[in-house]
Design a binder for this molecule. Structure first.
Ligand SMILES: [Zn+2]
Length: 298
């Protein structure tokens, strides 16, 4: 048989008609498009497929169909056109990497851990040990670019003015080569699952406008995506590790910090407290005297 053979070989799995060219071939037998499209496993596992392992995979998918049929979408996260969609079923603790439960449905118990990064910097880390969230350095880096952004806007304004003054002549405009503070968010899920051990996808970070770059619109767009990723992290924790704690790493609530700094100390109340400690024998007479002196400022 060759490319131009008029006799089509039947699908090695279902016996159905196969495309004459570009059919996927497993153990020298072609697959029909339906069978090929049904394969739902990570690319690294697809290198050594046999007809037998595909048949076993389809039995697994039949069983998975029950989860698809019972899937009730509680939350749907759409990361934009051409980007990944994720749906959650909070009641049955399921998720699926699609807008509809039409792909492999995973149980929360399949999830071992996940990370969400912006470029190489970790934003979220989730596992049975808890959800860790780290402070992003993006807002600070965007703020640091503000003077350069203002310069680009001003240069564009001057060029526009020159065009008006000189009969729509096209003035020189500097190329906008501002590097974005970061390229993309990188999401990685680690699973304990026969067909998917790793699910990875990327979401692009915002771009500066070429002629009118500004930090505020960049941050508005950034905040929208970051909020959606926070929902993703929370939803994954909810279905996989509902009892885990949330931990903030390197994050200080500025309001709490300010309040702590400004809270006046009631000296008399504090001295009474130390007097109590002295009476209980928890501090010595000398320690009490020193503390009293300090609190009264004498
Ligand atoms: Zn087939």
């Amino acid at each position: 048989m060759g490319l131009f053979s008029s006799k089509k070989n039947p699908c090695g799995i279902c016996g159905g008609a196969t495309p004459r060219i570009f059919a996927r071939v497993i153990e020298e037998q072609p697959l029909c498009s339906d069978c090929n499209d049904r394969i739902d496993m990570e690319p690294s596992l697809q290198d050594n497929l046999t007809l037998q392992s595909i048949k076993e995979h389809f039995v697994y998918l039949e069983e998975n169909q029950v989860l698809r049929d019972n899937f009730v979408i509680s939350k749907d996260l759409d990361f934009g056109f051409f980007c990944e969609k994720v749906i959650f079923d909070f009641y049955n603790k399921l998720f699926c990497m699609s807008g509809e439960p039409d792909k492999m449905v995973f149980a929360g118990s399949h999830l071992k851990s996940f990370t969400i990064k912006e470029d190489q910097e970790t934003l979220f880390e989730g596992s049975s040990a808890g959800l860790k969230r780290y402070t992003s350095s993006v807002p600070d880096r965007v703020a640091a670019l503000a003077p350069q952004l203002a310069m680009v806007r001003m240069t564009a304004q001057v060029a526009n003015q020159l065009d008006r003054d000189e009969d729509n002549k096209n003035s020189y405009r500097p190329r906008m080569d501002m590097p974005e503070p970061f390229e993309e968010f990188h999401i990685e899920l680690k699973l304990e699952h026969p067909y998917w051990q790793t699910i990875e996808f990327k979401v692009s970070g915002p771009d500066f406008n070429n002629t009118h770059p500004d930090a505020n619109s960049f941050m508005r767009e950034y905040d929208q995506t970051a909020a959606k990723l926070e929902e993703l992290a929370g939803s994954l924790m909810h279905i996989a590790f509902p009892d885990a704690e949330e931990m903030l790493v390197g994050w200080v609530n500025p309001l709490q910090q300010a309040m702590a700094a400004e809270r006046p100390v009631d000296s008399i109340e504090e001295i009474r407290r130390f007097k109590g400690l002295l009476e209980e024998g928890l501090i010595t007479e000398e320690e009490f005297a020193a503390k009293k002196k300090q609190l009264l400022g004498i």
